[in-house]
Ligand binder design. Structure first.
Ligand SMILES: [Zn+2]
Length: 366
């Protein structure tokens, strides 16, 4: 008889369900992870609402913390029973795309399916969990290319302390890394959801000395201060662009990080920049963007616009866990609620409606 597990699957727009599925069989390059903690991402809510399409029946979720249950025959240097995480993005690091510095855009596993030429370049294809293969909101998950993606958890760190590493922290910090921040810079971070809060913490770690956090929710702006913001601006109470100009003596910010994915935040991020400044975009946009001519200096302003998908891989995860272990930042404050996997539908309801001051929900299969 096939051993079964519980898994959270997308059924139809507006509907996810906890169902029984077979525990997956492993191939030589895989690892089977028993999930001890996972979480729900804003992207999962887009999937639930039908705004981001996935195949019905797919297990969703892409943030795994767990224990190695079984290792594929080709995976070396790990032990069964070891506590590990894997990035939300699981490249295999063999492709031209990965070796060209864009591993998150690595679709080389699609080559045998004739969906990706022979090169591996395919935008966003590094995101496999809960997108193209079964994800982490289950009792077990199969990690592909495990040798490249399994990262052992340092002793002494709890599941909650590393739960942000696979996605939220990796993405938020990438926003800061992509912002060309120099010591003494002024950086404005638009939106203070979990990713924006990590971008705020990352901007400070990168050496910004004036971090300005922008959101419409005072509760979140309170947490921005804990995460390292020097100034908080509630866009409902002020004109953000003129406030930033005031704060910078009319110079403009050195960098702006966009962590939401709307025309309004993208446009304001451009408008607060100094000439020569960098806009680091993290948002997932769901419609066309317009670039305002005046803020763009007609294309002659030496602005840089960088975009990113969450970086994955074991070296990325090792570094992020080092940041946590060295107590440079405490992301435990982002985990505001805990639910059993059995109650995940209720957890989605809470998270999707942003009730009770929720930031991130820890989901525990047992
Ligand atoms: Zn995510």
């Amino acid at each position: 008889m096939t051993a079964m597990m519980k898994a959270t699957v997308f059924v139809a727009p507006g509907r996810i369900e906890l169902v029984d599925k077979p525990i997956p069989a492993i191939g030589p390059n895989d690892a089977l992870i028993r999930i001890t903690t996972t979480t729900i991402c804003g992207t999962d809510v887009h999937i639930l609402k039908g705004e981001y399409p996935v195949v019905p029946g797919l297990t969703i979720g892409h943030e795994p913390v767990g224990v190695i249950e079984k290792l594929g025959s080709a995976v070396q240097g790990y032990q069964e029973g070891q506590r590990v995480i894997a990035g939300a993005i699981c490249p295999n690091f063999n492709s031209y795309a990965a070796q060209d510095g864009a591993p998150s855009q690595d679709g080389s596993y699609l080559i045998p399916l004739h969906q990706c030429g022979g090169h591996g370049y395919k935008a966003t294809a590094g995101w496999r969990f809960g997108n193209l293969i079964d994800g982490t909101q289950a009792e077990y998950v199969l990690v592909p290319d495990a040798q490249a993606n399994l990262a052992p958890i340092p002793d002494g760190l709890s599941d909650e302390q590393v739960l942000m590493c696979p996605d939220i922290m990796s993405t938020g910090f990438k926003g800061a890394e992509n912002a060309n921040i120099k010591l003494g810079d002024t950086v404005v971070v638009f939106a203070q959801g979990p990713i924006g809060l990590c971008a705020t913490a990352g901007a400070r770690l990168m050496g910004a000395t004036t971090v300005i956090a922008v959101d419409g929710n005072d509760h979140r702006l309170g947490i921005s201060k804990v995460m390292g913001a020097d100034v908080t601006l509630n866009f409902r109470n002020c004109d953000v662009v003129s406030e930033v100009m005031k704060l910078t003596g009319g110079r403009g910010a050195d960098s702006a990080i966009e962590a939401l994915g709307t025309q309004a935040t993208f446009e304001q991020a451009l408008r607060v920049l100094k000439p020569g400044g960098t806009l680091s975009s993290l948002g997932v946009y769901s419609s066309d963007l317009t670039i305002p001519m005046s803020a763009f200096a007609a294309g002659l302003g030496d602005h840089r616009i960088n975009t990113a998908l969450c970086p994955g891989g074991k070296e990325r995860m090792r570094r992020l866990m080092n940041v946590v272990a060295s107590q440079r930042v405490d992301l435990g404050v982002l985990v505001t609620h805990t639910y059993k996997l059995d109650d995940i539908v209720a957890a989605y309801e809470l998270f999707a409606n942003q009730r009770d001051g929720v930031l991130k929900v820890a989901i525990k299969p047992n």
